[in-house]
Design a protein around this ligand. Structure first.
Ligand SMILES: *[C@@H]1O[C@H](CO)[C@@H](O)[C@H](O)[C@H]1NC(C)=O
Length: 364
């Protein structure tokens, strides 16, 4: 009798403990809830350095980050080629969807077959919708990223067969993150298009390429496509140094150009969704949340919004930190920017956490 009682109560106690334990796990992984009977097979990314996990590592380009201090907080300090101290948005999104911890580079020589099934990134730091953008810095253009995607599809077919490949292609989530290098580098800093194009004409050129890219992506089988808006590029530390004056304000003309492109992108995505009704072309507004983060860092637990953690601090004009950058800040958690252009892992986290629940239902 005694024995039965005690074992029953210990079972009850154990199950209660398990409930508490699983609640704790649920809380820390913060998985996004999908609609019933829906699934996302993998996360794929195209575009620029915001979602490039190291595709530039073996290219003859200066746009690289596979050396310290990059990656100082990535899996114990690995400079993978991510333009960050830690994880980038594609990693966070795959993790939140419960797919995997990180999305590797398609050109990673150690890529495993399983990674083809759960998602890879084709993005290349320095790339953009305007093909000239990639060409100017010798990185992978968006059409060339699509060529890699075609090669990927052939590999996936060999791995899982024709039917399953079609299914995976349709159930993947595709992230397209580009446009900021077109505006910041090609247009404003290098002035490579400035003589022939004013802002409205140049943002039209970007939009035409973006639309063409998205139609091709759809044509290859993608259906759930999230397109990030351009960020407030006038507020990155390097722009503040170059044209923010003594106050280190945001460069207004850069932000006006970014908003002009975003407005056109928003309208174009809506019309793509109408002409291809089984496709989801989702405009993801990054501009406003990042602008708010930069304007009110304290509200999000940050202290420094106008200079990067690595580099020459207020005097940094280069976008990337390099082997000769003198210092890395003592506490990266206080910084919104890691180098003079790219947010820190913590800033990405603060930015993406509220966005994912907001946007996820739009893909189904
Ligand atoms: C780093 O900064 C964060 C955010 O301000 C703070 O919570 C943390 O305690 C700091 N860490 C150290 C070691 O000072």
């Amino acid at each position: 009798m005694e024995l039965t009682f005690s074992s029953a109560s210990s079972t009850a106690w154990l199950s209660r403990l398990l409930v508490i334990f699983s609640l704790l796990i649920f809380k820390t992984t913060a998985l996004i809830k999908l609609p019933p009977n829906e699934m996302v097979t993998g996360v794929m990314a195209f575009g620029d350095s915001i979602v490039d996990p190291g595709n530039n590592n073996n290219l003859p380009t200066l746009i690289k980050s596979n050396f310290p201090p990059y990656g100082q907080d990535f899996e114990g300090g690995v400079p993978t080629g991510r333009f960050c101290n830690g994880k980038v948005p594609s990693d966070f999104i795959a993790k939140e969807l419960g797919i995997k911890d990180t999305v590797p580079a398609y050109l990673d020589p150690n890529l495993k077959p399983q990674d083809l099934i759960t998602g890879v990134s084709f993005a290349s730091g320095g790339s953009g919708y305007d093909s000239l953008t990639a060409q100017l810095v010798s990185v992978i253009s968006m059409p060339a990223q699509l060529d890699h995607f075609r090669e990927y599809i052939a590999k996936l077919k060999q791995l899982v067969g024709e039917e399953r490949t079609k299914f995976i292609l349709a159930k993947n989530l595709y992230l397209v993150v580009a446009g900021s290098d077109d505006l910041a580098n090609t247009y404003f800093v290098l002035r490579a298009r400035k003589l022939q194009y004013d802002i409205p004409a140049y943002t039209d050129l970007m939009l035409n390429s973006a639309t063409h890219f998205l139609k091709e992506l759809y044509g290859l089988g993608a259906r759930r496509i999230g397109v990030f808006s351009t960020p407030p590029i006038g507020c990155v530390p390097s722009q503040r140094t170059l044209s923010g004056g003594i106050e280190r304000g945001c460069a207004n003309d850069y932000n006006v150009a970014a908003r002009s492109f975003n407005k056109k992108l928003y309208a174009a995505l809506n019309s793509l969704g109408t002409s291809m009704p089984d496709g989801r072309f989702v405009y993801v507004d990054i501009y406003n949340p990042l602008f708010d983060l930069i304007k009110n860092p304290g509200e999000y637990g940050f202290e420094v919004a106008d200079k990067g953690c690595c580099g020459f601090g207020y005097y940094e004009v280069a976008i990337l930190c390099n082997k000769w950058s003198p210092t890395t800040c003592t506490n990266v958690s206080k910084y919104i920017f890691w180098d003079s252009y790219h947010p820190t892992e913590n800033a990405y986290r603060a930015l993406l956490r509220p966005l994912l629940p907001k946007y996820v239902s739009k893909f189904f």
